[in-house]
Write a protein that binds this ligand. Structure first.
Ligand SMILES: [Zn+2]
Ligand SMILES: [Zn+2]
Length: 323
């Protein structure tokens, strides 16, 4: 990774120039930098979680100076998913910051339709969380949660914590399972129920629920030992939502899922409506996102920002690209 001078990016018709302000780092960025992402290839400007201001004008785009977030999904528009109003699961889905240059730059160009204006009264660091919040909103919607349900969230990274907050706001009882002591404490600090880590998740959840287990389990860890546990921690006729990404196939007990008649649901990114809902949650302040442990680094220190994000001592790392 390096910071370098580049010419101003091309702005084809229908695209708009945006001046990024804050950019969030996420797990997929680590896999890109590590060289094991399925599609991304250098040279590439990273950054798909962003808040910024409009710097150009184009029909269909908010006026220059408007603070915006960007929906980074670029569906092909041709495949079955795209033709059936499911462009977020496009078979050829591309993302700004993964398949083409992203927001870790002073200037970026995006299609005008991908910009969504944000209330200027919203703290910019909270607006920067819109994209991961949209992932959480989508996963919760896929689960079709109802109030009073017991929700188990495995993995207290940004997505797990945001799913916990959205589920709690929906009236659910949330239990978080996380082995990393700092991450567990960050979840506790946000008022989320956390399971003790000195026993296994099944034993801890069983004790916490009087043997009832989870109505809905969100796998936000994407690790093989978690896959092996998913059926056991979920009640009969319960729902398992896969919200974390697995780097390789993992063993899962399909016999157990059949016998318990559980529903196993995949959840990928978000629809445009989920993105809009995430903005209204950010603007409304109901989740009090300002409480989240966020660390911000300047663009020049992007290497240190990645290091901090990898260590997981803070919930989210942002890069401030403003000069
Ligand atoms: Zn991401
Ligand atoms: Zn498509």
């Amino acid at each position: 990774m390096s910071v370098e001078e580049r010419p101003q990016p091309d702005c084809p018709p229908g695209w708009v120039l945006v001046q990024p302000e804050l950019v969030g780092l996420c797990g997929s960025d680590f896999s890109i930098v590590g060289g094991h992402h399925g599609r991304a290839a250098p040279p590439l400007v990273l950054g798909h979680e962003m808040v910024g201001t409009v710097a150009g004008s184009e029909p269909g785009s908010p006026p220059p100076g408007t603070r915006v977030v960007v929906n980074p999904l670029l569906p092909c528009g041709q495949c079955w998913s795209c033709r059936n109003e499911l462009p977020h699961v496009c078979r050829n889905l591309r993302l700004i910051g993964i398949d083409l240059d992203g927001a870790l730059a002073e200037l970026l160009t995006v299609p005008a339709g991908k910009l969504l204006a944000v209330d200027p009264a919203t703290p910019v660091a909270e607006a920067a969380l819109t994209e991961p919040l949209a992932v959480a909103v989508h996963a919760v919607r896929r689960a079709a949660l109802s109030a009073e349900q017991t929700v188990l969230v495995i993995g207290a990274g940004p997505i797990g914590v945001l799913i916990g907050l959205v589920a709690e706001a929906a009236g659910c009882r949330v239990m978080v399972s996380e082995p990393h002591p700092t991450r567990r404490r960050l979840a506790t600090d946000l008022g989320l129920g956390t399971l003790p880590a000195d026993v296994g998740p099944l034993e801890a959840l069983s004790a916490a629920t009087g043997g009832q287990l989870a109505d809905v389990t969100f796998d936000c860890a994407g690790r093989p030992p978690v896959a092996a546990l998913l059926s056991a921690v979920t009640r009969v006729r319960g729902t398992i939502v896969l919200a974390g990404l697995y780097g390789a196939p993992a063993a899962i007990d399909l016999h157990a899922i059949t016998f318990a008649e559980q529903a196993l649901i995949g959840s990928r990114v978000y629809t445009h409506a989920d993105f809009g809902h995430a903005i209204s949650l950010v603007e409304g302040g109901t989740l009090v996102l300002g409480r989240l442990a966020v660390q911000t680094f300047p663009l020049d220190a992007v290497g240190r920002a990645f290091e901090a994000a990898r260590q997981g001592e803070t919930l989210k790392v942002l890069v401030d690209v403003r000069r």
